[in-house]
Design a binder for this molecule. Structure first.
Ligand code: ANZ
Ligand code: ZN
Length: 803
């Protein structure tokens, strides 16, 4: 029989859809399983070969779970607001909604051609007013709890996109998306108080099954640090408060540094004899990005404030105060005590400005460099702390600071509040109006969704306002509170809004009374397995955990964490090992592969390509190997015998493979699962025959990986009622997983001379005599004296000979 994917794949895709076999039930007695992949942004480029990798991986899990008797929810949708669509719309003078519609249709067709078992009846689209109604609703709940607020602040302004970026979107001083330089700008912005959830977001990681690298990245991003706030009296009569993680080094603080934006500069202005120089430095610092300023390697600059000094609270010594851009206003208190002997940046600064360096922890060479190690080392030059270890000194000084009342213990987080506004058109309108009398007033919930109005052009205004600002009819409205004149917010929500809760909507996507019913949420949550890209670890994953935790706190969802398990896939690279891109000319189009080789081949290959969690280069010849494997599987039908059972000599091979494939799927080892299927196929084919049961089991094992061809074989051979995807996953018996035969390596004086095959569990004496009887070995040891026989059971014989 000849394998023709074209005759098979569309046919089965239609059959699945018609029978609704992948529809999840909200009222089911079966155990539930919620498998989730990150929903795509429907870009104009269409699907690339990176998309099928995670989709297929969780499709394999979802299909296996169905065969194991679960009620599986494996949904998909579109994360469709955002800049690329808007930019395309601006350039081509079409409505972004129209662009979105077209892109979605294309994406959908491409994804459907892969035979992924998504429940298309639950498809969602973040730009659909029935969907974003609930995004707006959640925003209003955040607002009502004081977690959404408007703030005049220094924001990251992308000079290319003409909009504000979150810190997360600025990479090395440029826009993550367009690569344009990012500058600082004062702007009044909607913010979300994710910082209120910093500790909960750390603690929750203990409850979930995420890869360690993902947990570490999240923790690192949140950046918890433990220290103290310490007050230094100044000669101006006030106190300057610093944040330090090393209060143990207080005796080594020889000067202070405040950020160029520190408000005390204004307060002290009259007393500063070098105010002009100070102002000049402030202006220069304002032009630099936070990233540039925080770079450790860069040359230190600064200006001493002439006219004001601080007093070190532990020894009463007067120390100078500087402004320098290496201290940021956005962290701690915007002021530090500098300890040049034990902090690298302070050390460099002190050398440049010839400030004293006092060693307070012994163990380094502070003449040469800062000694920053705090695990070893003993306190010196530190009065009552002398002789203590750093850890002991920390405890003692914190108690002392609190007792003498010049400070207190303090925990800080690097995490910043989330800038939740874009000056763009293609996003969710923020459902708030501004009334002169009442301030910011939420729209009543019955006025949701607040729809995006039609506008004539989608460009932001030159001063960076959203194009909605030009829609005066829309902007001017009535205050829901006092009925007086009011103005609508014209900024829209950032791209991350819709994806912060989308998984909840899948549980009950057509509900118009709530974002999902309580029953649906109780049944489906948490997501059992969520796979997505590593690039979303500190953005989407953190944001959606934050929204979920908030919804949990207000009683809207039943679990404190949204995702029980998270995994991450590696990228698929070009044949040359580089990232696929048009400019490198190494892009593989999945449509071409599906057309020429079939979806089953593409799926199998993407899972076979390498370790799922690591990046892997495309390799066309290896892909053809996967195609040949499918052909050979299909051709098993030509050697099918009438025999029903698995032949005894193949029994352990089958049981072992069932076990291996079952376990490998759970452990993301799709590649070795496929390798096991390939070697089982070889073993079967080598006998020149296959029995009905052998082919049936093989078909079920292969089904999650190559669903179309296995449906076809299932139907052709009339293996049972219903489709292959509706059967039961094969079971194995542990006792039958042992090898029938063992391959034993035979060495003479440690050199491999032969390999022999024996029934597994053969006695030592049997193995040794078989080894010596082997032709090559017999010749090798013929005239020699055997001095020792070493046997490693089931593996190796080593004969040590002399003469
Ligand atoms: C004195 C000291 C001595 C410090 C020492 C470090 C080592 P993490 O761990 O990241 O929280 N710091 C505090 N606020 C700062 C700001 N706004 N801009 C720049 N640096 C700031 O780092 C906390 C440490 O970073 C603080 O502890 C402070 O320097 C500095 F041997 O205080 B340390
Ligand atoms: Zn009002």
């Amino acid at each position: 029989m000849k394998y023709d994917h074209n005759a098979i794949e569309k046919k089965w895709q239609n059959a699945w859809e018609k029978a609704g076999v992948f529809h999840a039930e909200n009222n089911s007695k079966k155990p539930k399983y919620f498998a989730l992949v990150e929903f795509p942004y429907p870009s104009g480029q269409g699907l690339h070969v990176g998309h099928p990798r995670p989709y297929t991986a969780l499709d394999i899990v979802a299909r296996k779970r169905r065969l194991q008797g679960y009620n599986v929810l494996y949904p998909i949708g579109w994360d469709a607001f955002g800049l690329p669509t808007e930019n395309y719309a601006i350039k081509n003078h079409v409505h972004p909604a129209q662009v979105t519609k077209k892109n979605i249709a294309h994406f959908k067709e491409q994804i459907q051609s892969l035979g992924i078992s998504f429940d298309w009846s639950r498809e969602i689209n973040t730009t659909d007013p029935d969907y974003y109604k609930w995004t707006q609703w959640i925003f209003l709940q955040l607002f009502k709890k004081g977690l959404a607020y408007k703030k005049e602040m220094n924001v990251n302004w992308c000079t290319g996109c003409k909009c504000v970026l979150a810190n997360e979107e600025v990479v090395e001083g440029v826009c993550e998306r367009c690569g344009s330089p990012v500058i600082h700008k004062e702007k009044s912005q909607w913010m979300l108080k994710i910082t209120d959830y910093a500790q909960k977001l750390i603690d929750g990681l203990d409850e979930v099954d995420y890869p360690e690298r993902v947990k570490a990245q999240q923790k690192n991003w949140i950046g918890r640090s433990e220290g103290a706030e310490v007050d230094f009296q100044t000669t101006a009569g006030d106190a300057l408060t610093v944040y330090t993680t090393r209060p143990d080094t207080l005796f080594g603080a020889t000067y202070m540094v405040i950020a160029p934006e520190h408000p005390y500069i204004e307060r002290w202005a009259d007393q500063l004899s070098n105010l002009a120089e100070v102002r000049d430095y402030q202006a220069k610092a304002a032009r630099k990005s936070e990233f540039e300023r925080a770079e450790v390697a860069k040359e230190k600059t600064g200006v001493r404030l002439d006219g004001v000094c601080a007093v070190n609270p532990v020894n009463g010594k007067q120390i100078p105060i500087f402004i320098s851009d290496y201290v940021l206003m956005t962290y701690g208190t915007g002021a530090i005590m500098a300890v040049p002997a034990h902090d690298t940046r302070d050390w460099e600064f002190a050398h440049k400005f010839q400030l004293p360096v006092i060693e307070v922890v012994k163990g380094g060479n502070v003449e040469k460099e800062a000694f920053t190690d705090c695990a070893s080392g003993v306190m010196v030059n530190s009065g009552f702390l002398d002789g203590l270890t750093v850890e002991e000194a920390k405890v003692k000084i914190k108690a002392y600071i609190e007792e003498k009342d010049f400070g207190h213990k303090k925990i800080n987080y690097k995490l910043r509040d989330w800038v939740f506004a874009r000056q763009r058109y293609w996003g969710e309108p923020i459902p708030i109006v501004h009334c002169e009398k009442c301030g910011y007033v939420p729209l009543p919930e019955d006025q949701l969704p607040l729809r995006l109005p039609e506008v004539k052009s989608y460009e932001p205004t030159d001063d960076g306002e959203s194009p909605l600002a030009k829609m005066t009819d829309w902007v001017n409205t009535i205050c829901p509170h006092c009925g007086g004149p009011a103005k609508r917010e014209t900024d829209t929500m950032p791209q991350w809004a819709g994806s912060s809760w989308y998984f909840l909507r899948y549980t009950d996507p057509h509900n118009d009374k709530a974002f999902a019913s309580k029953e649906a949420l109780d049944y489906w949550l948490p997501v059992d397995w969520y796979n997505g890209g590593m690039e979303h670890t500190t953005l989407h994953l953190l944001y959606s955990r934050f929204w979920h935790k908030f919804l949990y706190d207000i009683g809207e969802v039943p679990t404190p964490e949204p995702y029980a398990k998270r995994t991450s896939h590696g990228m698929i690279l070009g044949e040359n090992g580089e990232k696929m891109s048009k400019s490198r000319g190494n892009v593989v189009n999945p449509d071409d592969v599906v057309r020429e080789y079939g979806a089953d081949t593409l799926r199998l290959y993407e899972m076979f390509i390498g370790d799922f969690e690591k990046a892997a280069p495309w390799n066309t010849s290896s892909m053809r190997g996967c195609r040949r494997f499918i052909e050979r599987y299909f051709a098993l039908q030509d050697i099918l015998t009438a025999k029903e059972q698995i032949r005894p000599e193949l029994e352990s091979a089958f049981h072992k493979t069932i076990k291996k494939v079952s376990e490998d799927i759970e452990n993301l080892k799709f590649n070795t699962a496929i390798a096991a299927l390939m070697s089982l196929l070889n073993e079967v084919a080598a006998t020149g025959a296959v029995t009905k049961e052998e082919l049936r089991i093989f078909t079920l094992l292969l089904n999650p990986f190559a669903p179309h061809v296995t449906e076809e074989v299932w139907a052709l051979q009339q293996f049972g009622s219903g489709m292959a995807c509706q059967q039961t996953w094969p079971a194995y018996e542990e006792a039958k997983c042992v090898d029938a035969t063992a391959q034993i390596v035979v060495q003479v004086n440690g050199k491999v001379r032969a390999r022999i095959s024996l029934p597994a569990q053969s006695e030592k004496a049997v193995v040794l005599s078989a080894a010596k009887a082997n032709e090559k070995i017999a010749a090798e040891i013929a005239d020699k004296t055997l001095v020792k026989e070493i046997y490693v059971p089931g593996k190796l014989v080593n004969l040590v000979v002399k003469g």
